[in-house]
Design a protein around this ligand. Structure first.
Ligand code: HEM
Length: 412
């Protein structure tokens, strides 16, 4: 359970805008992550509401407003970009807490490392690992998808890109989990310190070298013509770990859950594999997982209410692509949809630099899985449970299939 801190309604918040909503634990989340968020799209919920949970903050509920707050750094700063604000103030990671123009030079360092060209060069490695992971479980007729696939593929690929030892994954995951899904067993400060202590010797070893891995490129990069300080290096590298280790892992859980529950969608992709890239776009639109926030820069009137300097506004991406105002028939998954309005990867200057990598990993997962295991379902009797947080989670996904319906893959 996240450490919650409730406060009284401040005088600038109209009583009619107050709702009882804890984004780390949305009401009913255990039975459906997106369903729990979707309740905020009910017609009687205003576009901008205020909740006393997590230090008290505003919460944008309309897709259009969420996309606007993401992009409008002049009114909504990312100096603090998560709630509770007291925790967000400790999360001083680069480049996420910098607004333009200071953000730009740091961001360029990440863009080079995660450029589509670099990611495309990784495609064979990703496909080989994806194929091997599916092949490993195929003949057993069952698997825990989260443990045996989703927690392995993106993490191993990422560790390869940053050239950190695969054997360190388990310990890094404990610390990143405590930041993204805190359960109260470790403070934010301690989790961050563990990550810093872990990264520092790896940074020292790379500094001044000419290796091409993602961390080396960041560490040896320049900002406004100067070298980075040690604390800037640590901060940028830690944000890469946080951005890259958890998001794809969790999103893949939602993808396979959807395909397990919807055989006709699965069969559509098997009959027409060329549809897969469009299906990836559609699944990203329909099942976003990230919920962040912004800090109000100056006193302003917004959506008919007074926002005070320093107020926090939560901007949950699960409410963007699913908004009927932005996408017709928004809750229906249609692999043939031709336009996708969403903010699953954010919007504006901080738009996710890992989006191409994420899309590639999701596409290859669908292709390699369906090629070998076309018919599968959730294990009979299994109750699928979900958790909220900065990133939504499918808490375990036991899948089953008839081995006779599977197809051995061709090793690359
Ligand atoms: C499905 C997977 C992913 C989702 C849904 C996702 C979502 C997001 C979102 C919503 C933001 C915007 C943050 C903001 O505006 O405050 C973001 C930024 C970021 N993401 Fe991702 N991400 C994913 C995958 C990745 C991957 C694979 C990496 C790295 C390998 C990554 C690295 C980052 C970084 C470094 C930022 C900060 C960029 C900046 O501040 O300019 N993400 N991501």
């Amino acid at each position: 359970m996240a450490p919650d801190s409730k406060i009284e309604r401040p005088s600038n918040v109209p009583a009619a805008r107050v709702i009882d909503f804890d984004l780390y634990n949305p009401p009913g989340v255990a039975h459906g992550f997106h369903e729990a968020w979707q309740k905020l799209h009910a017609p009687d919920v205003p576009d901008l509401v205020w909740t006393p949970h997590n230090g008290g903050h505003w919460l944008a509920t309309s897709g259009r407003m969420i996309a606007e707050v993401f992009a409008d750094y002049e009114r909504f700063s990312c100096r603090v970009m998560l709630v509770p604000k007291a925790v967000g103030e400790q999360h001083q990671m680069l480049p996420v807490v910098l607004d333009p123009p200071a953000h730009r030079p740091y961001r360029l360092l990440l863009n080079t490392s995660l450029a589509p060209k670099t990611v495309n060069g990784m495609e064979r490695t990703i496909r080989r690992l994806a194929g091997a992971l599916v092949e490993h479980v195929r003949a057993t007729g069952q698997c825990d998808f989260t443990k045996e696939y989703a927690e392995i593929l993106p993490v191993q690929i990422f560790m390869e890109m940053v050239n950190l030892p695969q054997t360190d994954v388990a310990k890094i995951k404990v610390w990143t989990d405590q930041i993204v899904h805190p359960d109260g067993s470790m403070s934010y400060h301690d989790a961050k310190q563990h990550l810093y202590d872990y990264l520092e010797p790896h940074i020292d070893a790379r500094f001044g070298g000419d290796d091409e891995d993602v961390l080396s490129r960041i560490i040896n990069g320049k900002v406004n013509g100067r070298e980075l300080s040690k604390s800037e290096m640590l901060s940028l590298c830690m944000q890469m770990l946080l951005g890259g280790l958890d998001t794809v892992v969790n999103f893949l859980g939602f993808v396979l859950l959807f395909l397990a529950r919807n055989p006709e969608h699965r069969r559509e992709l098997i009959a027409e594999p060329a549809l897969v890239p469009n299906a990836v776009q559609e699944l990203l639109r329909r099942f976003p997982v990230v919920s962040l926030a912004r800090e109000v820069r100056n006193d302003i009137e917004y959506d008919g209410v007074q926002l005070r300097q320093g107020d926090m506004v939560a901007i949950p991406t699960p409410l963007v692509g699913t908004d009927e105002q932005l996408n017709a028939d928004a809750l229906t998954v249609n692999f043939r949809r031709s336009s996708f309005e969403h903010a699953t990867f954010g919007n504006g200057p901080h738009l996710c630099p890992g989006a191409h990598l994420a899309r590639t990993e999701i596409r290859i997962t669908i292709e390699e899985w369906l090629k070998r295991i076309p018919e599968f379902a959730i294990a009979p009797g299994a109750e699928i449970r979900f958790r909220g947080g900065l990133v939504g989670v499918v808490d375990g996904l036991p899948l089953v299939w008839e081995v006779a319906t599977t197809q051995a893959g061709i090793a690359e």
